[in-house]
Ligand binder design. Structure first.
Ligand SMILES: [Zn+2]
Ligand SMILES: [Zn+2]
Ligand SMILES: [Zn+2]
Length: 583
């Protein structure tokens, strides 16, 4: 993200009933210390002209007025308990000032409850009174990008339920929780600011106590911690006096400036010239990485861990176009991933930088020694080079891992050769996955990629058959990469601009029933979508249903489609668990 400061304003620091609590005359509820007046929990995050609100509790109107909220780039919901959502209707005035709807992010469960609780917002019935313009977006485990900042959902236990906190830059906000799973703890290292639930001293089945959260602070060692979701057991001044200096109680109106060196600032360089002179030192992996499959990702995770142990960058050097297109154009494979998708997957695998080197005749002519010395050590300052077992480099692919070891000793870098990764007895490789896709075996390809094979592109106008049917039909624009073998597939379709997704069935082929001439990729959604038709989609291939066939007439085709949809629905039901865990 850019250099602008990131500030967090605590809009509410109280528990679900607020403090003072209705009907209570205890010392805290009658205290004159303004820090003992606690509205329902919420924070506002602002940076570079962006603002994101976390939770819209029943006090949202009052909080928005106090903080001067006039627009919101997004609302993130931790969970759907009433003390975190009941003020949602009060975003209405913001709609007057903002052009589009307000994006509201929650887990699948939270968004489901929001749509039922605020049914009048979503039921599309005509109404004379104004209703908020809201676009709901479901998040999984992947970060939510707002402007130039990622908000990473952090899974938490809240009694028997699962709720979310969020990490953004070097801050994290974890309100209601009674436990933090180990994999979430891993995501909370190196924080400047950490917010934690600390209801009171006495144990509670769904909340952390002051003592629990002090333990979390001891384990994670953030620079500063703030406790929130506080009930009337805790008087601000007396409680804080007993806390370590870097742990404070949050209070309504508290503004915190966050040191925000981005923890993961990902950069892509498109040529050697773009690389800063002081780039190194780095741990580096080199390869084409088509598909960024499980074996690639295991190397990249290793690169990141070596680099971060040593305080180096974690980098990858990849080539575009594919070397074969320069050396032997007739042998150029159709690729699993375009360069943009490859870079994004490498970002997700934990790398800090990717150098996309244009593969030219000049580059192809470099000897293995010239390539390593000129680019890898002199230019990139590699201190460690990690590669796959079958890595080849330099003119005519003359260099192998033995030569790389030798060069490493001579030039002063470590070499690590990562072993082959097997999947059901087969060595995982891009070539093997391309073969599987070309044969329509998308289920095996899914295993090797650890995600479904997907096609992305713009939605184009089809030839009209789908649009006359009752199911919404989306046609993908022409593809330059690899396309699965013609046939009918169970798929999942994702709106690339809106975080919406649908279960679907996709026909890849020539539409023989309609005497089609061109390859079409036609997707039938298994549910209707509310709102506009998506402009750009990703179609994920989950399972192959059947070959494409020519039918007697459109009626026979329709009957077959009904059967396909039935099978697809059964497939989706069986894999719903798996899909939701994939996000
Ligand atoms: Zn709560
Ligand atoms: Zn009280
Ligand atoms: Zn709660």
């Amino acid at each position: 993200m850019a250099d602008g400061r990131l500030t967090i304003t605590v809009l509410g620091s109280g528990t679900s009933v607020g403090v003072p609590t209705i009907g209570c005359h205890c010392a805290v509820c009658t205290s004159t210390d303004t820090r003992d007046k606690r509205l329902r929990p919420s924070i506002l995050v602002r940076w570079n002209g962006h603002s994101v609100l976390i939770d819209t509790g029943p006090d949202f109107r009052q909080q928005a007025l106090a903080a001067g909220i006039e627009r919101l780039d997004a609302v993130l919901l931790t969970h759907a308990h009433a003390d975190h959502i009941m003020g949602l209707d009060d975003v209405r005035p913001l709609n007057f000032y903002m052009s589009g709807p307000i994006r509201v992010y929650g887990s699948a469960e939270t968004i489901d409850i929001i749509r039922r609780t605020f049914r009048y917002i979503f039921d599309t019935r005509p109404t004379e009174s104004s209703i908020p313009k809201i676009q709901t977006c479901v998040f999984g485990d992947a970060p939510i990008r707002v402007g130039d900042l990622d908000f990473e959902p952090i899974r938490l236990a809240h009694g028997h339920g699962t709720v979310y906190g969020f990490r953004f830059g070097s801050a994290a906000y974890l309100t209601d929780h009674s436990g933090i799973p180990p994999e979430s703890m891993e995501k909370l290292r190196n924080l400047d600011v950490l917010f934690l639930d600390a209801l009171r001293h006495r144990p509670h089945p769904t909340h952390s106590t002051v003592e629990d959260s002090l333990e979390t602070v001891a384990a994670l060692k953030p620079r500063r911690a703030f406790f929130t979701h506080i009930c009337h057991d805790l008087a601000h001044e007396a409680t804080e006096a007993a806390l370590p200096a870097n742990v404070r109680l949050a209070y309504d109106g508290l503004v915190i400036e966050v040191d925000n060196p981005p923890v993961h600032k990902f950069r892509v360089f498109r040529s050697l010239e773009e690389i800063p002179v002081d780039f190194g030192p780095c741990a580096l992996t080199i390869g084409n990485f088509d598909g960024v499959h499980i074996a690639h990702r295991s190397i990249m995770r290793r690169v990141a861990s070596v680099a971060h142990e040593q305080g180096w960058h974690a980098a990858a050097l990849t080539l575009d176009p594919h070397p074969a297109s320069v050396v032997a154009p007739e042998k150029t494979p159709r690729l699993l991933t375009g360069i943009e998708q490859r870079c994004e997957l490498m970002r997700q695998a934990g790398l800090d930088e990717v150098l996309v080197l244009p593969f030219t005749k000049e580059l192809a002519a470099l000897s293995p020694e010239q390539f390593i010395q000129g680019i890898v050590t002199n230019r990139l300052g590699a201190r460690a080079v990690l590669v796959g077992h079958n890595f080849r480099f330099g003119r005519g692919a003359a260099g192998d891992t033995a030569l790389l070891q030798e060069l490493g000793q001579r030039l002063g870098f470590e070499v690590e050769t990562c072993p082959a990764v097997h999947c059901r007895g087969t060595v995982v490789s891009s070539t093997q996955i391309r073969k599987l896709i070309a044969a329509g075996d998308v289920a095996d390809a899914w295993r090797m990629l650890e995600r479904p094979f997907a096609l992305e592109g713009e939605v184009i106008r089809g030839e009209g058959v789908g649009s006359r049917q009752t199911v919404p039909t989306l046609n993908l624009s022409e593809q330059t990469g690899l396309v699965p073998l013609g046939g009918v597939y169970v798929t999942r379709t994702v709106d690339l601009d809106d975080d919406r997704q649908w279960r679907s069935v996709t026909n890849v082929g020539f539409r023989p029933t309609f005497e089609g001439q061109h390859l079409t990729i036609e997707t039938f959604l298994l549910s209707t979508f509310d709102g506009h038709s998506p402009a750009r989609i990703r179609v994920e291939f989950l399972y192959r249903l059947r070959d494409e066939r020519k039918f007697e007439n459109a009626e026979a085709l329709k009957a077959q489609i009904v059967r396909d949809v039935g099978r697809a629905n059964r497939f989706h039901r069986r894999t719903a668990e798996m899909l939701s865990s994939m996000g």
